[in-house]
Write a new protein. Structure first.
Length: 417
């Protein structure tokens, strides 16, 4: 990045630092009026996503259910500021470009300014402002901290001259589009590599045929069950916990070697949580994305959410590594079963898994197939890991670029071609 070419001063705001001397700040309340306009049940549902801002709810995977009484949702218009009060510190804030209704738990603001809405969207969604939201939020439960309404009202909003606001928005629209294109290409590459990997696994793993005596129901020689999620507002279940708890996102990992969430022994006891042993498999039961039907293997003891099933195989009959490959090969079948269960989002059940039939070769054959597949897929795993790392670095660069531009750390006028 080039050096700032304008004089800078201390903003007096620790999380903003130094800013261009000709920029100003105004409290949020001078730019927006808080409005709660309900009883518009026929409007389109919107939501605030951490990585996307305010978008149509059905345009992204979203596990939050829409209430039957849509009259409780709030109407917002283009240019309105929409804030998830519980997750502002994570970046769930944005200036809407759409008309629609959002959660009644959000806080919504109608504009009364002539600043650039595009610039404000970049500014208020930047990592610098996420840090600011965190400082004025108070923890209410694990993973959630509610923003203080009075402090949010006086939040300083950093404002360059209007022409610079538009220039910054143009610059970020252009530069982030290039980064997003790179990320999309890597995500497409990952999907392609995984499809090839899946085809390779299916080639090695025989699929059951009617009447084949080598097949067996998965539940006949395995222990299968699902977990639970202790109440999030019960601190004794989470605070200072030391036993790993896994949500459904973990099935997207090739192996589970650790967790970032832990529950207490009290939660294990009072909520009757299952203790799943190493060598067990986890299967995603629900989810709109690829989670449902995906499978991974545990390298640690853990307990799990209700959206996961565990399969603990009888090792006299099943090699856990072979079972991982076999269920991976059966992904499409598991998805098909879940789609037939009638839910709008689909869902597997433990009973589905117990009835599911797989070819069960001898243990020696299972281990040999696992060994061959491990060798054959090593290169594809390396490609996936490399792409995932590139995506992570690209997202970090994107976030840094946005914050640098909206806080004046770079002069975007020098970058206009």
């Amino acid at each position: 990045m080039s050096a700032v070419s304008v004089s800078v001063v201390e903003s007096g705001i620790p999380w903003l630092g130094r800013i261009p001397a000709h920029w100003t700040t105004r409290p949020l309340w001078t730019l927006f009026d808080r409005v709660k306009d309900t009883d518009h049940p026929d409007e389109r549902m919107l939501s605030v996503f951490r990585e996307h801002g305010v978008v149509a709810k059905d345009s992204r995977d979203n596990s939050n259910q829409t209430a039957e009484n849509r009259s409780i949702y709030q109407l917002v218009h283009p240019g309105w500021l929409v804030t998830n009060r519980m997750k502002a510190w994570q970046g769930s804030v944005g200036i809407s470009t759409l008309r629609g209704i959002v959660s009644g738990h959000y806080i919504c603001f109608a504009p009364r300014h002539r600043e650039s809405a595009r610039y404000l969207n970049w500014l208020l969604r930047s990592s610098a402002y996420a840090d600011g939201y965190a400082l004025i939020s108070r923890g209410v439960r694990i993973g959630q901290a509610e923003i203080d309404n009075d402090m949010f009202r006086v939040l300083p909003v950093l404002l360059p001259p209007h022409s610079e606001q538009e220039g910054i928005a143009d610059f970020l629209d252009r530069e982030t589009a290039q980064i997003d294109k790179l990320i999309a290409k890597q995500e497409q590459l990952i999907d392609t590599v995984r499809e090839r990997r899946q085809a390779m696994v299916r080639h090695w793993i025989e699929r059951p045929q009617a009447g084949d005596p080598r097949t067996d129901k998965l539940g006949r020689r395995s222990r299968i069950g699902n977990g639970s999620t202790p109440r999030r507002d019960e601190s004794s279940y989470w605070l200072d916990g030391d036993f790993p708890w896994l949500n459904s996102s973990f099935v997207n990992q090739p192996r589970v070697v650790n967790s970032d969430q832990f529950v207490t022994s009290e939660a294990l006891r009072q909520c009757h949580l299952p203790i799943v042993s190493p060598g067990s498999l986890l299967v995603g039961l629900t989810g709109q994305g690829k989670t449902r039907g995906s499978v991974t293997i545990l390298d640690v003891s853990a307990t799990i959410s209700q959206h996961l099933a565990f399969v603990t195989p009888d090792k006299k009959y099943w090699d856990p590594e072979y079972l991982l490959w076999a269920l991976t090969a059966a992904y499409d079948e598991l998805r098909s079963i879940s789609d037939e269960n009638g839910s709008t989002k689909g869902g597997l059940t433990c009973e589905d898994l117990k009835r599911f039939r797989l070819v069960m070769p001898t243990l020696d054959t299972q281990r040999e197939i696992s060994r061959q597949l491990q060798v054959a897929t090593t290169q594809t795993e390396r490609l996936i890991d490399r792409s995932l790392r590139l995506i992570e670095l690209s997202k970090e660069r994107r976030a840094a670029l946005i914050t640098s531009a909206v806080t004046g750390q770079i002069d975007v006028r020098e970058r206009v071609s």
